[in-house]
Design a protein around this ligand. Structure first.
Ligand SMILES: C[S@@+](CC[C@H](N)C(=O)[O-])C[C@H]1O[C@@H](n2cnc3c(N)ncnc32)[C@H](O)[C@@H]1O
Length: 282
């Protein structure tokens, strides 16, 4: 079972427990590989480890999955009661499963119950027999992150991995995420930030024009959980460069399908991770 103390310890060595931008160095460090191995050891299911392994090979997910899990681990270390978590725009991934193994009840939402690259729907994924016999319950609801079907102050912790940038109104999405999280609850997310003033080819709706607005809302209603290192790295991450280094089939197929659809090479993005505690009972 995932040991939250051990995970936080490994994360501290990598410098992961800081809110801010991921640099190339942090994404490719050996220390991060140790943490990847630790996470994979905790995936007894081959079905789920396929998602985690795929994710940990994928450019920014190398950093994003450990970042999210490490902050949740740090937050939950001292808490023993039945915790509820919200996976906002969950798609299909292994995070909910890993958390449910520790006894946390996880609700995932996504706009579409659309298949992952492997053809599995989020609802199928959460209803698979392996998911039904875990200490925590996992469930899936089809919902728009801009209008979440939950009461105010519902979840002990909310997280979102690389999804806010795909939404038409990321500012509203952040407000909704804060609303459904309990007072003193954790809000942790990662997102791509396009180094442009507008969205690039519809690929990141978080950019230089609304990123500050998102930060201001968070700092108004929340306090920082992870200490900040808001220094923007010299260079954004390049998905195309990562593909060259990777032997992953998923990356290869994705870059080929971009070419076939006549899309330009993936733009470079900054990857931001933030962890906050909600301050207000709203
Ligand atoms: C890049 S995927 C990330 C999925 C997952 N969080 C992960 O870690 O792999 C982005 C997800 O955001 C979802 N999404 C985009 N806009 C949404 C919206 N308005 N409401 C809910 N989900 C949305 C997509 O359906 C997709 O599953």
């Amino acid at each position: 079972m995932l040991n939250f103390n051990k995970l936080s310890e490994l994360a501290r060595v990598t410098g992961l427990l800081q809110s801010g931008f991921a640099s190339k160095d942090t994404c490719y460090s050996d220390k991060l590989s140790n943490l990847h191995n630790y996470l994979l050891e905790n995936c007894s299911s081959s079905y789920i480890s396929q998602y985690l392994t795929g994710g940990l090979k994928h450019w920014s997910r190398k950093w994003e999955y450990p970042y999210i899990l490490a902050n949740i681990a740090q937050y939950c270390r001292e808490k023993h009661e039945n915790l509820s978590a919200f996976d906002n725009a969950c798609g299909v991934n292994a995070t909910a499963y890993l958390l449910a193994k520790t006894g946390i009840n996880v609700t995932g939402t996504d706009l579409d119950d659309c298949p992952a690259a492997e053809g599995v729907l989020p609802s199928q994924h959460f209803a698979s027999p392996e998911m039904l016999n875990l200490p925590g319950k996992v469930s899936f609801i089809k919902a728009d992150s801009l209008h979440l079907p939950f009461d105010d102050n519902t979840f002990d912790l909310s997280y979102s991995i690389s999804s806010l940038e795909h939404m038409p109104d990321p500012v509203k999405a952040v407000e909704e995420m804060i609303r459904v999280t309990k007072h003193k609850g954790l809000i942790v997310f990662t997102m791509d930030v396009a180094p442009y003033l507008t969205s690039f080819n519809g690929e990141s709706n978080v950019n230089n024009s609304n990123f500050n607005e998102i930060q201001n809302i968070l700092l108004d209603k929340c306090s920082l959980f992870s200490p900040p290192k808001f220094k923007i790295p010299n260079e954004p991450l390049s998905w195309e460069d990562d593909c060259k280094q990777s032997t992953g089939l998923r990356e290869l197929l994705a870059s080929q399908s971009r070419k076939l659809m006549g899309k330009p090479p993936s733009p470079n993005f900054y990857i931001f991770g933030g962890a906050y505690i909600k301050n207000m009972d709203i």
